[in-house]
Design a protein around this ligand. Structure first.
Ligand SMILES: *Cc1c(COP(=O)(O)O)cnc(C)c1O
Length: 235
């Protein structure tokens, strides 16, 4: 138990240091990059260890897990929904998370609009982009993204706060550099378009295997799981 606690603290220090180095390499301020610690499948004790080590923001993929961990830890950590979200489950998390990274369709956005309106809140979301055009991935295509930003931004109880992608799984982070660059360009296009209800400040890209390259290419939020909490066991 104590061993894992120390390991999480050390891992967080390594990730922070790697982000500093990546920023230094390209002349960015490390303060521009936020770590979203991806705690899916990991127990509450691991999240507490990360909290103790100064990590405040956590990302989860599964609705039941957010609900359970929220009940255990309350509003102490800040929670982000990063996984594919089914429309009928929006109501369970909308009052628990401060950002939904994974808005991948207009029907999902309409459901978020409806639930946010019911509660009288404005929900910040990111549009998930399938930047590499992978067959198996959720998200808007590069070509659809600008139109989706305009339509979803127009919904009164949603603010489009940026873009998110999960780059292809790879052993060599360099192979994702072009995808990250493409998403950064798309992010800048969305900014320039200046649609109402669209205020892009968050570019969510980079995971354990490739976050340093993502930061070099302009990421403002990296989603790191394994690199902080160790390998996941899905059993
Ligand atoms: C699991 C997951 C991550 C974290 O992946 P690691 O490789 O463990 O860092 C990041 N983003 C999403 C969407 C995920 O599902």
């Amino acid at each position: 138990m104590e061993g894992m606690r120390n390991e999480i603290k050390t891992n967080l220090e390594i990730v922070r240091d790697n982000i500093r180095k990546a920023c230094e390499k390209v002349g960015r301020d490390p303060k521009e990059v936020t770590i979203c610690a991806v705690s899916k499948t990991k127990p509450v004790e691991d999240i507490e260890a990360a909290l103790e080590a100064g990590q405040k923001l956590f990302g989860e993929n599964y609705v039941q897990e957010i609900v359970a961990k929220y009940e255990a830890l309350g509003g102490k950590p800040e929670w982000h929904m990063i996984g594919h979200l089914q429309r009928n489950k929006v109501k369970y998390i909308i009052d628990k998370v401060t950002l939904i990274h994974s808005v991948d369709s207009l029907p999902l956005a309409l459901q978020i609009e409806k639930e946010a309106a019911k509660r009288g809140i404005v929900m910040p979301v990111l549009l998930e982009v399938n930047i590499a055009g992978e067959e198996s991935k959720w998200g808007f295509t590069k070509e659809e993204t600008l139109g989706a930003a305009r339509e979803i931004g127009a919904l009164p109880h949603i603010i489009v706060a940026g873009l998110m992608t999960s780059a292809p799984y790879t052993e060599d982070a360099e192979t994702n550099r072009l995808h990250f660059r493409n998403l950064k360009n798309l992010f800048d296009e969305v900014k320039t378009a200046n649609f109402s209800g669209v205020d892009p400040t968050v570019l969510s890209m980079g995971m354990t295997g490739d976050y340093m390259v993502a930061v070099e290419e302009g990421s403002t939020m990296v989603r790191v799981g394994t690199g902080i909490f160790g390998a996941r066991n899905y059993n």
